[in-house]
Design a protein around this ligand. Sequence first.
Ligand code: PMP
Length: 421
Amino acid sequence: MTTDACRTCPLDTDKIRADFPILAKTLHDGVPLTYLDNAATTQRPRQVIQAMVETYEHHYANVHRGIHWLSDQSTDLYEDAREKVRTFINASAREEVIFTTGTTGAINLVARSWGDANLGPGDEILLTEMEHHSNLVPWHQLAERTGAKVVAVPVTDDGKLDLESFDRLLTERTRMVAVTAVSNVLGTINPIEQIVAKAHVAGALVLIDGAQSVPHRAIDVEALGADFLAFSGHKMMGPSGVGVLWGKRELLEAMPPFLGGGSMIRRVRLDGFEPADLPAKFEAGTPPIVPAIGLGAAIDYLGAIGLGAVAQHEHDLTVYAHRVLGELGTLRFFGPPPEEKSGIVSFVFENNRPHAHDIAQLLDRHGVAVRAGHHCAMPLHKRFNVNATARASFYLYNTREEVDRLAEALTQVQQVFRRRR
Ligand code: PMP
């Protein structure tokens, strides 16, 4: 197969790939690694790894505590990282940026802190059938604790939110709308501006799960007007163990602390405590210091390339992937048409043979890393009447050649299974 060159692609992928040591790896028999599992986690460039090594080797101490030279350096780097996040999402104040363990940690923080303080029987949390479990389970747990109810907007056959149902299900009982900006299975780009506007008219708050959108397309929280945004460092070339909760200042100020411990207090007595101001109020204990600094370096890296170019590159790969994989003639794809979605391509073979897990295992023999399973979205898979899909997902370092490798490997998988039958 010869690769059809992309004439309009904005990125120099050879140059970019040279920054990622892991992408040069070969597997057994010299087979190159084709890493197409970016929706699960991305790889990181030397610049990010180096920023973390540099911190450990030269600037590391605990933050905000020691009145000593090294602690000041580490605190400055940690707070610089917060400022980079603030600029990246265009938040109005650094106090609105809370470092968490990831998207999951951020959503749990809101469900526990805001949810426990504000919800009760008769209240509703409106989410969608395409949510990741981390934007479902914390709300179920909240419902169990408070007597509030979880309501879900259905997904259409072509993998979009059913907006008529959204309008019907959004009522005066809705207190929170929790929705993903981009589906981690379907690649659907949800109309979050419209959702925020309607939710606010109905008097509800909006939490955006940005795990699959913030790394790939620019977001401006000020312009969007949402109330909370959650995302993860490891899905945008940063390290694992760090993520972000952004929230509107007045909401965060009114919310009680979630975790208790050091750093999140102004004063502690034996009979009680006074919480610290933002953002410390929500950062109990020693925070993910070096991971946050690594995330700051990843934001620098993304900023130098430009999210517009990243989105355009991924769009090209997605459309190309649908074309070449579609030529196999035996795949069932999930989600909206490729022109309308993010860089995520989920599929099964017709009649589900071979099964998604077998697909992923056989692709692995060709060095192609994709994910198979329910991708932490069981209700969505049930909606489409499958228990697992195979998922290829792209990032800025992927190439059309890699998509061709996926297609070639899938052709061979198909042949192996035909022979076996
Ligand atoms: N939401 C979505 C849409 C995701 O894709 C993921 C990660 N797969 C998460 C939330 C959870 O992210 P994390 O595991 O980093 O907390």
